[in-house]
Design a protein around this ligand. Sequence first.
Ligand code: CU
Length: 249
Amino acid sequence: MLQLYFTAVAYLAQLAAAHGGALNYTVGDTWYAGYDPFGPKDQDDAPYIVQRKWITNEPIFETTNASLACNFPGNPARAYIPINAGENITAVYNTWVHTVGPMIAWLTPCANNDCSTFDPAGAEWFKIGQQGLLWGTIEGGGWFQKEFSRWDGSPSLWSERIPETLRAGKYLVRHEIISLHSAHKPQFYPECAHLDVKGSGTGFPTKEFMAKIPGVYSMDQPEINIDVYDPEISTKTEYKIPGPLVWTG
Ligand SMILES: [Cu+2]
């Protein structure tokens, strides 16, 4: 009986560890705290947390789910990450376990220049960076999603640059991992944080760089509704990341 108990606990622990998300952020040498989905409730009012609330590390499966924007429940954070246009923002994960599928970083400006009251429903997002298949084939090759994960327990780091010409203001940054290891059952792992972008740029992407989330993905897209083990697909050496082009400023 005791044996059974330990087995069950180990199994549950494994299940919990089989998913994940962006836990913290860095800009240069400065760390910013994300929301710990398994942490204490007093995080909700914590003045130092820069990330929107998420309470489970389970994936989102539906391309139409409203929580695709900023996970669930997505309550606003109290703090911002200050960052200069042209600097890198790094999302910190730990031991990411999935290996197949793209990763995309998005921004959307907060209405009234205030992310604490901003609802991203219907917002227009643009990509600032994306990572896909780096080498080899779709099934067995090296995706960034596989390569970036550190298995020794040290942080897994994903950096993207805030476009140098982007106009200053408050933005949501959305880090998204799409895992495609289950045939025709894509998994979405999004987290959002509040950014205070500084700089003298006046740039902003035009309409063709914009997409709504949800809205940008659908099960009609072969890159999303995919069976990576199908021989017609598994041996391909190219994967087109869905959505608009990246805006580099
Ligand atoms: Cu998982």
